[in-house]
Design a protein around this ligand. Structure first.
Ligand code: F6P
Length: 193
C-alpha cells in the first residue's frame, strides 16, 4: 500500500517573527530542514516514484527544491486566508481586534477571518486535492501549511473535522501515513536541524 507523506514547509521568516500568513521565504533553519527532508526522501524512495505537491507559496516551493524532483503547485494547498489579519501576530490581533480574537478562540472551526477563511472553508476547498489523492497510485508527499495539513490529516485519519483546528502538526516533522487492512499506520520523523 502506497504511503502518503505530509510535511509543513521549513520554518519561514514569518514563523520566526510569529506572524501569520504572508509569503515569506524560509529562515536559515527552514532551509536546513529542507535539506534534511530531501535526504530523507531520497533514502526512502531512491529511484522510485513519488509525487510532490506544494502550495503556490514560496515557503513550500523552497522546501521542495532540495528534493530535485518535479512538483505540482496547488492553490488549494495555500494556507488558511487570514484576510484582514494576514501578516499580524496573535498578540497584535488580540490588541487591535479583541472581539475577533475572542470569537476565534470560542469557535476556531467556524470562525471566519474578516475577508478571509474558516477551517470549514479550508476543508471545502481541499475537496479536489482529496479526489486527486485518492486517485493517485504512487506515493505522494504534500508540502503545505499548518491549517491545511490539520485538515488533510483529520480526513486521512478519520478524525472528526471539528477537531482539526486543534491537531498537532509541528514544523520540521514528516508524517508518514500508510494504509493498512484496517486503518492507517502513522509514523512521525523529526527532521529538524
Ligand atoms: O503560524 C503559522 C500558520 O501557518 C499561519 O500562517 C496560519 O494562520 C496558522 O498557522 C494557522 O494555525 P491556527 O489555525 O492555529 O492559527
Amino acid at each position: 500500500p502506497r504511503p502518503i507523506y505530509l510535511s509543513r514547509h521549513g520554518e519561514s521568516e514569518y514563523n520566526v517573527a510569529h506572524r501569520i500568513g504572508g509569503d515569506s521565504p524560509l529562515s536559515p533553519q527552514g532551509r536546513r530542514f529542507a535539506q534534511n527532508l530531501g535526504r530523507y526522501v531520497e533514502g526512502e524512495v531512491g529511484e522510485g516514484e513519488i509525487r510532490i505537491w506544494t502550495s503556490t507559496l514560496r515557503r513550500t516551493i523552497e522546501t521542495a527544491r532540495p528534493l530535485g524532483r518535479g512538483t505540482v503547485e496547488w492553490r488549494a494547498l495555500d494556507e488558511i486566508d487570514a484576510g484582514d489579519c494576514d501578516g499580524m501576530t496573535y498578540d497584535e490581533i488580540r490588541a487591535a481586534m479583541p472581539k475577533e480574537f475572542e470569537a476565534r478562540s470560542g469557535d476556531k472551526f467556524d470562525y471566519r477571518y474578516p475577508r478571509g477563511e474558516s477551517y470549514r472553508d479550508v476543508i471545502r476547498r481541499l475537496e479536489p486535492v482529496i479526489v486527486e489523492l485518492e486517485r493517485e497510485r504512487s506515493p505522494v508527499l504534500i508540502i503545505a501549511h499548518q491549517a491545511i495539513l490539520r485538515a488533510l490529516y483529520a480526513y486521512l485519519m478519520d478524525k472528526p473535522p471539528r477537531d482539526c483546528p486543534h491537531l498537532s502538526v509541528p514544523l520540521h516533522t514528516l508524517v508518514k501515513l500508510t494504509p493498512q487492512t484496517y486503518g492507517v499506520m502513522e509514523e512521525r520523523f523529526e527532521l529538524g536541524p
